[in-house]
Write a protein that binds this ligand. Structure first.
Ligand code: HEC
Ligand code: HEC
Ligand code: HEC
Length: 242
């Protein structure tokens, strides 16, 4: 990913900043970090609300409005592209569900808060490096703060735990079983050695991508999903615009 590139682009001109300004920024950053850490201990109730995420950092509305769209209808992704069925975006698909014990899955059910991550993001926020939409994260990126395997973003105790193996990571055989009924089983372990992470296909805030279509073209796409080619197109334009 062009994470590096984007960070550099968005970074303030370091050389131009006089020392006192830097100092002030550092103080603000420290205060924010302190607030986040202290808050981290007690704010779980407010934090449960998507409006918390909106108030704190995602004020540009990108992710909250993306998440709040009606399910199973035409909608838009985090970049503003049309998505023919919002259920292809995992944040929307999971927002209301009868399949889990919890009827409503909020931001922090998926994005389990980690104070170091919050502090890191808070720091980027004050230094002006917090751009919208964010550079796209993989599940490995999202889990690195917890030192966990990327698949554990989806396969955790509260969510798809039934797909876990003894080591707490996804059990690829169980995963394959879960979609055995499909003509083209997207979780097939036919290609030994290809162990895709979940978010290579299942996208949170844009249309999910059936990566296998990079080579297999006689594959039926689930509603709203896109091919690898269409996905590459979306990402190419996203970078153009940025
Ligand atoms: C190669 C693309 C791809 C990858 C990688 C992938 N999935 Fe899927 N998955 C799909 C598709 C396609 C479906 C069917 C979606 C639909 O019908 O709407 C699906 C369906 C599911 C379902 C619903 C199963 C059911 O009972 O209907 C679950 C749960 C799931 N995936 C979890 C995972 C997890 C966890 C991972 C990572 C370990 C993962 N998937 C990786 C493509 C993928
Ligand atoms: C069902 C799980 C799920 C829910 C609920 C969810 N997200 Fe996400 N989120 C993801 C996944 C997966 C990604 C990885 C990038 C992608 O697929 O779009 C992600 C990525 C992100 C990112 C990183 C930047 C990026 O585009 O990759 C931000 C910020 C974010 N989500 C904010 C939110 C907010 C705010 C909410 C609630 C309004 C929310 N998410 C709800 C799954 C979820
Ligand atoms: C880099 C190209 C490539 C990608 C990506 C790819 N495949 Fe394949 N796949 C092939 C080729 C070539 C064959 C036929 C030759 C063979 O059987 O090895 C094949 C065969 C298969 C078969 C056996 C089909 C049959 O009729 O015997 C299955 C099942 C399969 N792939 C599933 C998948 C799934 C699921 C994905 C995505 C997770 C995927 N493939 C991604 C190239 C690819």
């Amino acid at each position: 990913m062009s994470d590096e590139t984007k960070k550099t682009e968005a970074a303030p001109a370091e050389g131009a900043a006089p020392a006192p300004k830097k100092h002030k920024k550092a103080v603000v950053a420290v205060v924010i970090v302190a607030v986040l850490v202290v808050a981290g201990i007690g704010f779980n109730i407010w934090h449960e609300q998507p409006s918390f995420c909106q108030t704190m950092c995602h004020i540009e509305n990108t992710y909250v409005s993306n998440y709040s769209q009606p399910q199973n209808s035409v909608g838009t992704d985090k970049y503003g592209n049309e998505v023919s069925n919002t259920n292809a975006m995992m944040a929307v698909l999971h927002s209301h569900t009868e399949a889990s014990a919890k009827p409503e899955i909020v931001c922090v059910d998926c994005h389990v808060p980690n104070n170091f991550e919050l502090a890191h993001d808070g720091m980027n926020y004050v230094t002006g490096n917090y751009v919208y939409p964010r550079n796209e994260r993989s599940d490995d990126d999202l889990m690195k703060w917890d030192n966990k395997d990327g698949t554990q973003f989806c396969v955790n105790e509260n969510c798809h735990a039934y797909l876990r193996g003894a080591d707490g990571k996804v059990d690829r055989d169980k995963l394959e079983q879960s979609t055995q009924r499909m003509d083209f089983n997207p979780h097939s372990q036919h290609h030994e050695g290809i162990e895709m992470t979940c978010t290579e296909c299942h996208k949170g805030h844009r249309a999910s991508v059936l990566e296998c279509t990079g080579c297999h073209d006689d594959v039926e796409l689930p509603d709203g999903w896109v091919t690898k080619e269409q996905s590459d197109e979306i990402m190419a334009h996203m970078h153009e615009a940025a």
